[in-house]
Design a protein around this ligand. Structure first.
Ligand SMILES: C[S@@+](CC[C@H](N)C(=O)[O-])C[C@H]1O[C@@H](n2cnc3c(N)ncnc32)[C@H](O)[C@@H]1O
Length: 438
């Protein structure tokens, strides 16, 4: 039985601020004003079987090795210090090559995608996560002060507009893939041009090509003594779980850039959910018509680091990714003075945040209107909308609702948001850093 949300909402859809013409915007606004638009979450779109026993299995089995994490972490300290940008393995090359070769799709091409709503929904989640922690920091800042931010693994700059909205003063964008960094820089220049006539100045920015898992990032900043309020790492942190060294380097980078009280935030695939689905299936591969995951490691005992899988979305084979074993992530983070304050699957985060900015949910079309106004739905009309049909049957007063196809829910519910707060550093008598809550 589908989980059905009972709350009614009248939704007025506005057009995407950045990209769509005012003409289309007015057209859509007038069309949408007459729609009773309900948010419906498809519970079957959660993990097909987030069976607690399976989830626990991964947890407890790995916990025995958890102490190994800290001792290995300590013994690797000196080795880590010597890491330089010259260190480069095949995986970094594969990742950079993959992202460098991705086509820069225009709006029309993106709108034709089978997973357009999934992409928009993920974007909404990022916006809400960023807003939540921007507000948190602003509430403690002096009036008129503005934030400084690091976008780690920034990609093509999909979050630039979010930082503009947050009215930050400076942004550092870093990514492994050179072409991607250039595209991000070009996008920033466009934003700068469009902002020229506005009263509020756009944030300043710097763009760096670097491997966040191998290089001390602070040394590359224009001002290496700068402290930041937020480090954001969206849909990319999982690459560092290839090895302990890389995970440590990435976390240390996040931590040492932050002021006490600053936040390290991000989005990652939820390892428990991935493992749960994997253990349910025969073999090493599972998915649906929009995604496929294939594992390349021991199914019984996936390693803490280097638990490799390929994630294929809309037919495009992605580069190797790695499970982020949560207890290890938390432990390493704490070692560098980062305390976990949030870890929530997307579907739970959506439940908690959806009432905070329904307008944005509609502006960016994060949910599909069902039944569609014209044409077929993006998913399979027979298989993908059972939950929506049941809802409409139960509430005959509504003519349309906002939802995602079952296949897309199955993808988005694989992901989770996280946030860590930077603790205050105190130096002990041996000259070593210790961390205390600020
Ligand atoms: C899925 S994209 C996400 C881009 C962006 N954060 C977003 O949310 O739109 C992942 C990005 O991580 C970058 N990346 C992967 N491994 C990296 C590493 N070790 N150091 C820096 N960037 C990396 C890739 O080049 C790619 O641009």
């Amino acid at each position: 039985m589908s989980e059905v949300k009972e709350k009614q909402e009248k939704v007025l859809v506005e057009q995407d601020d950045e990209k769509k013409s005012p003409k289309t915007k007015r057209k859509r606004e007038s069309e949408e004003r007459s729609v009773n638009y309900e948010e419906v979450k498809n519970s079957r779109g959660r993990s097909p079987d987030p069976e607690p026993s399976k989830r626990l299995k991964y947890d407890t089995e790995q916990n025995t090795k958890d102490d190994t994490v800290s001792s290995t972490v300590d013994s690797n300290k000196e080795e880590k210090e010597s890491l330089t940008e010259e260190v480069c393995n095949d995986n970094a090359i594969i990742v950079a090559k993959h992202y460098n070769s991705l086509e820069n799709k225009n709006l029309a091409q993106r709108n034709r995608s089978r997973i357009i709503y999934l992409r928009n929904f993920n974007n909404w989640i990022k916006s809400m996560l960023i807003t939540k922690f921007v507000e948190e920091i602003k509430s403690k800042m002096n009036h008129g002060s503005r934030m400084k931010v690091l976008d780690m693994c920034c990609g093509k700059g999909g979050d630039l507009f979010k930082w503009k909205k947050a009215n930050i003063s400076h942004l550092i964008c870093i990514d492994l893939a050179e072409v991607t960094v250039q595209q991000c820089h070009d996008r920033y220049k466009d934003l700068l041009k469009r902002n020229a006539s506005q009263r509020n100045s756009l944030f300043s920015a710097e763009f760096i090509t670097a491997d966040c898992t191998k290089v001390r990032l602070r040394r590359k900043f224009e001002d290496p003594s700068m402290y930041l309020d937020i480090v954001s790492c969206q849909f990319a942190f999982h690459y560092c779980f290839e090895s302990l060294q890389q995970a440590e380097c990435m976390i240390q980078n996040a931590s040492e850039c932050l002021k006490p009280g600053g936040y390290f935030i991000g989005t990652i695939p939820d390892a428990y959910d991935l493992v749960s689905r994997w253990q349910k299936c025969d073999g090493n591969s599972f998915g649906n018509d929009v995604y496929n995951v294939e594992f390349f490691c021991d199914k019984e005992k996936p390693p803490i680091f280097g638990a490799k899988y390929h994630f294929q979305l809309e037919g495009v084979v992605n580069c190797p990714e790695f499970l982020v074993y949560l207890p290890a992530f938390k432990k390493l983070a704490l070692k560098f003075g980062l305390e976990m304050v949030l870890f929530e699957r997307f579907d739970d985060f959506y439940d908690n945040m959806k009432d905070k900015d329904k307008q944005l949910l509609n502006i960016i079309q994060a949910l599909e209107v069902y039944p569609p106004r014209d044409g077929p739905p993006v998913g399979d009309p027979d298989r993908d909308y059972q939950h929506a049909k049941e809802y409409l049957k139960m509430y005959p007063n509504y003519s349309q609702i906002g939802t995602l196809s079952k296949s897309e829910w199955e993808v988005t519910s694989l992901y989770a948001v996280f946030a860590f707060k930077k603790m205050k550093t105190v130096w002990n008598k041996d000259g070593e850093a210790e961390y205390v809550n600020s």
